[in-house]
Design a protein around this ligand. Sequence first.
Ligand SMILES: NC(=O)c1ccc[n+]([C@@H]2O[C@H](COP(=O)([O-])OP(=O)(O)OC[C@H]3O[C@@H](n4cnc5c(N)ncnc54)[C@H](OP(=O)(O)O)[C@@H]3O)[C@@H](O)[C@H]2O)c1
Length: 436
Amino acid sequence: MSQLRVGLAGLGTVGVAVVQMLERRAAEIEARTGRSVKVVAVSARSKGKDRGIDLSGVRWHDDPVALARDPEIDVFVELMGGEGDPAKAAVAAALAAGRPVVTANKALLARAGLELAEVGEASGATLHFEAAVAGGIPIVKTLREALGGNRIERVSGILNGTCNYILTRMADEKMAFDTCLAEAQRLGYAEADPSFDIDGYDTAHKLSLLTSLAFGSKVDADAIYVEGIRSLTLADLEAADELGFKVKLLGVAVRTEEGIEQRVHPTMVPKHWPIAQVSGVTNAVAVDGDAVNLTLVGPGAGGAATASAVVGDLIDVARGNGGFAFGLPVAALQSSPRAPMQRHEGGYYIRVAAVNKPGTAATIARRMAEEGISLESIVQRRPPRPHGASASGPDDVGVILITYATTEDAVRRAMAAIEADGVIVGEPQVIRIEKD
Ligand SMILES: NC(=O)c1ccc[n+]([C@@H]2O[C@H](COP(=O)([O-])OP(=O)(O)OC[C@H]3O[C@@H](n4cnc5c(N)ncnc54)[C@H](OP(=O)(O)O)[C@@H]3O)[C@@H](O)[C@H]2O)c1
């Protein structure tokens, strides 16, 4: 029986879980692939660290790039993270040497995925990254292979467990954003510096990969409109609940007449949508194809879940299952025009602190009408006030406007005019609504 010799760089949360899963499932993996899949060489930063796994008989490389070039490995697994070196240099070195690569590194792929895929195409080495998007959910293979016959119109998802955890606790337990973030940090769901997650960039990296797989387009993380969840208040989540919505940080990519619209922002989704019912650190991805619509729900992070995706990729490598990293040769991926966010069409939730004086309501209504925005409802509330409005006087009134479908441009112009009229205090809160 032949062996698949694995070189593994990165022995942290995911790396250790991969070693453990390969050991625990060795007999079954061998039965499935006809090969024994074995870690023979590793690299990490600190050689002496106790990682709770037995690495006796496994070669150590201080330099992950040297590991990637080790002629005694058949596949290189990159689980160090980071969009630059050494992850990038090591993955490039392995691919250039004709060695398949498995990685969970969305940051690297969002920035350099195409360049690396091209290196692999030139040498005949395959690049696998199931674990890079939504952890344990097999969405990469689903889009690249299983749904290959569909014309996909839209792909969207809850792609960051930290944000979903915070939003779920805010809504369910009526807790403030800062309290929920502190809880997430205490439980290890959020980093000490949580900005990458809560400001939406992690979601954007994953969305850029999904977009390429779904639409056959070039990965373009810079084309994504990104807004995080920092400004959301409990008042917004409570209002959403009363209106029949949940608020989720969604990554959305949609085919439009002008190109592909890619955006990451807090979104109100109807409570009955499957994605609205996804709570805590769980992830979900919804795909709308011309033949199949589906939603996959599952664990988006954690050692075991992410290792499940990495080991699945290793099983593909052991079987010789290849294919192009993004479903097509890089040269065949389209440079689709990016649909500008200003043209985004949809419903809007707008919460303002309106100055309590005669004519205010009429001014707001007039500015909306001037932009052709039709209002589905207007609800007046006493405090709490919108984000940034704490310095206002006691005489402002919380007003929530729900619009019918309109454009981003129209909303921005109307809000700018309303602000200039001096009838609102502080920053308006604007949340986009997705509906059936
Ligand atoms: N954790 C998750 O739930 C999850 C989910 C999906 C995807 N991912 C992705 O999986 C990858 C790994 O994540 P993780 O959570 O396992 O990270 P982690 O726990 O921080 O582990 C990183 C590992 O890489 C090693 N490393 C870091 N820099 C290195 C360098 N310059 N040279 C050699 N080794 C280096 C570290 O060595 P030392 O141990 O010696 O410090 C550590 O073993 C990342 O790309 C991440 O985005 C993670």
